[in-house]
Design a protein around this ligand. Structure first.
Ligand SMILES: Nc1nc2c(ncn2[C@@H]2O[C@H](COP(=O)(O)OP(=O)(O)OP(=O)(O)O)[C@@H](O)[C@H]2O)c(=O)[nH]1
Ligand SMILES: [Mg+2]
Length: 234
């Protein structure tokens, strides 16, 4: 079974797309310990069963908001095979911030460029191939309300799950000084193989430098924590 997570900013068309993908095969519950709704569903494509989880709508992936934390934890801990990032094509710039954060998390991202009808209606020009090239991930235009592009999206998800398409690793840079610090922290993190096999080292280094409490809690037991702290102090 292929495990797929849907993520995106609020109001981009996640629910519409989730319904398109899953039809009536849906289950609604709560995320453990909180009253945030968790929707899961199934989709069968080319004989492959996909389990689809609808993550809470979010602009970012910090530890400050419960919705963001749920989304982030799910991706980090459950490691879905594919993360479908639903982007509002009429609001590309704002939406791509989350996309970059997902790439930083080294998620297996497929972008659904939704509201494609509105993009065309408003005469907004988006070079889909160029966007895909810049992000290093597949980009599929969709209209969740009519179902246009949804089959192509399923195909892209299946390909991504099977690791069939080539991916270019795109890294969001933070400037020379911060990059030097990231490298130093990362160098300590990779010494702890149990940690670095669980979390992307670069992402972990960035979160530690951001003083992310949730992430810090998870590395405090590392035999290399003192060494990390020394580097983080500077
Ligand atoms: N024109 C157009 N409208 C769309 C498209 N996708 C979704 N919508 C509309 O956009 C609005 C928001 O869609 P939802 O599916 O509820 O969005 P959401 O991301 O689940 O929103 P939240 O759960 O509130 O974050 C609804 O009115 C949809 O009918 C699309 O591709 N084209
Ligand atoms: Mg919704």
């Amino acid at each position: 079974m292929i495990r797929v997570a849907l993520i995106g900013n609020p109001n981009v068309g996640k629910t519409e797309l989730f319904n398109r993908l899953t039809g009536l095969r849906q289950h609604v519950g709560n995320w453990p310990g909180v009253t945030v709704e968790k929707k899961t569903g199934k989709c069968i494509y080319k004989g492959e069963e996909m389990e689809i989880v609808d993550l809470p709508g979010t602009y970012s992936l910090t530890a400050h908001a419960i919705d963001e934390l749920i989304a982030r934890d799910y991706i980090v801990e459950e490691k879905p095979d594919v993360v479908v990032d639903i982007v509002d094509g009429t609001n590309l710039e704002r939406n791509l911030y989350l996309t970059l954060l997902l790439l930083e998390l080294e998620a297996n991202v497929v972008v659904a460029l939704n509201q494609w009808d509105m993009v065309n209606e408003r005469g907004i020009e988006i070079d889909v191939n160029k966007l895909s090239e810049l992000l290093g991930v597949p980009v599929v235009p969709t209209v969740a309300t009519t179902g246009e592009g949804v089959e192509a999206l399923k195909e892209a998800v299946l390909n991504a799950a099977e690791g069939r398409e080539k991916r270019r690793k795109v890294v969001m840079g933070y400037g020379e000084d911060v990059e030097a610090l990231i490298k130093k922290v990362e160098a300590v993190i990779v010494k702890d193989t149990s940690l670095s096999s669980k979390y992307p080292p670069r992402w972990l280094a960035i979160k530690l430098l951001e003083r992310d409490e949730e992430v810090t809690k998870r590395v405090e037991d590392s035999p290399f924590w003192d060494e990390m702290r020394e580097v983080l102090k500077r």
